[in-house]
Design a protein around this ligand. Structure first.
Ligand code: F0G
Length: 356
């Protein structure tokens, strides 16, 4: 029997026809994309209606978050345009991804992060991939303002989601969802921080719809953390606070686009508390076997919240994006679970503890 060869070549090559053109020699790729869409085995039992829930597990991208989809596109275009350096502000994941893709593409990465407010895994990534990491005595919003100013005056390409190529790359996640399901889901739930991803998913769904590839569009359901919910409140939040540090943002750059995605799709942008986020986070790991970071769990917290409002009906398909891997933020995992017991190195001692 001959071996059937299957090779995923990264999303620029796989979705060439649906993306801005980029010359083959400029493609900067770590084989991002093609992430699993996992059937939920537990969450539907908490929902009043007979619905199907699936998790788009974006933590399985090369640097552990969905940012790699946008970064392959943005960095490839920067390289094609002759840029020697990229810059971003970040709550952590964008910096990890930018650092990796810059290195891969032979460019420099400068990343500005809020001091003391990014998860350990993300910081370690940015450093080890070789980015120049600058901690700002301020928050993400302050860092992004500086990044915009620097890029106006110096020869460096911004790779935050204000760079339209980021959105182009990220929209491929909705293509993958549609191809897996054979249609769009009824609802797409995701966390909202700087509000690029909700726009990107919506753009992807709309493009497939306009090409006649899917018969209907989903409702976009975005969730902010209660202490960092400017879109829900209708005004910027000066000192955003949440345990979900990835979405600790008070004045999202993608505000308008997120509102458009919400309104055009007939969806919502709502908030969930840190307790609701942590509950969903623990449930995903402990009941589903899926370890995501706290911000990602805001999508599932959103499903549980909307269930209490009674929005679902039998037969609905619901997709939740789990935006980043749980290993990004080991401190929260350790603080949220039981501490391992320590015993003498003897079988009786170990057996005493096991309930066999
Ligand atoms: N989930 C995770 C894990 C994130 O890192 C982010 C954003 C979001 C959700 C929200 O996505 O900004 O497109 O609305 N992280 C950015 C960063 C801000 O710098 O890594 P968004």
């Amino acid at each position: 029997m001959e071996i059937a060869r299957r090779r995923w070549r990264g999303l620029i090559r796989e979705y060439r026809d649906f993306l801005p053109e980029v010359g083959e020699e400029a493609v900067v790729c770590l084989n991002e994309g093609n992430t699993p869409l996992l059937e939920s085995r537990y969450v539907p039992s908490l929902v009043e209606r007979d619905i199907r829930i699936l998790f788009k597990y974006e933590g399985l991208n090369p640097t552990g978050s969905f940012k790699d989809r946008g970064m392959t596109m943005a960095v490839s275009k920067a390289k094609e345009g002759g840029s020697k350096a990229i810059i971003c502000a970040s709550t952590g994941n964008t910096s990890a991804s930018a650092a990796a893709y810059a290195t891969r593409g032979g460019m420099k990465a400068y990343v500005l992060i809020p001091e003391g407010k990014i998860a350990l895994g993300k910081l370690s990534q940015a450093i080890i991939y070789g980015a120049k990491v600058i901690q700002i005595e301020g928050n993400f919003d302050d860092a992004l303002n500086i990044v915009r100013d620097v890029a106006e005056r110096y020869p460096v390409t911004v790779v935050n989601s204000i760079n339209p190529y980021r959105i182009e790359g990220q929209k491929t996640a909705s293509f993958e969802v549609c191809q897996y399901l054979g249609a769009a889901p009824a609802y797409h739930f995701l966390p909202v921080g700087n509000a690029g991803n909700i726009m990107a998913y919506w753009k992807g769904y709309k493009e497939f719809y306009e090409m006649g590839m899917i018969p209907a569009l989903p409702k976009m359901m975005g969730f902010q953390a209660k202490g960092a919910a400017p879109i829900v409140l209708g005004h910027p939040v000066e000192n955003p606070e949440t345990i979900a540090s990835a979405i600790r943002i008070g004045n999202p750059a993608g505000w308008k686009g997120a509102v458009a995605a919400r309104d055009e799709s007939g969806g919502v942008i709502e908030m969930v508390t840190d307790d609701e986020i942590l509950e969903a986070y623990k449930l995903l790991a402990g009941r589903e076997g899926i370890f995501c970071e706290p911000a990602s769990a805001a999508s599932v917290a959103g499903v549980l919240k909307m269930n209490r409002r009674g929005i679902f009906k039998d037969g609905d398909t619901v997709v939740c994006t789990l935006t980043g891997h749980g290993l990004k933020d080991p401190d929260i995992a350790i603080n949220s679970a039981e501490t391992p017991v320590t015993v003498a190195p003897r079988i009786e001692k170990v057996v005493e503890i096991l309930d066999l």
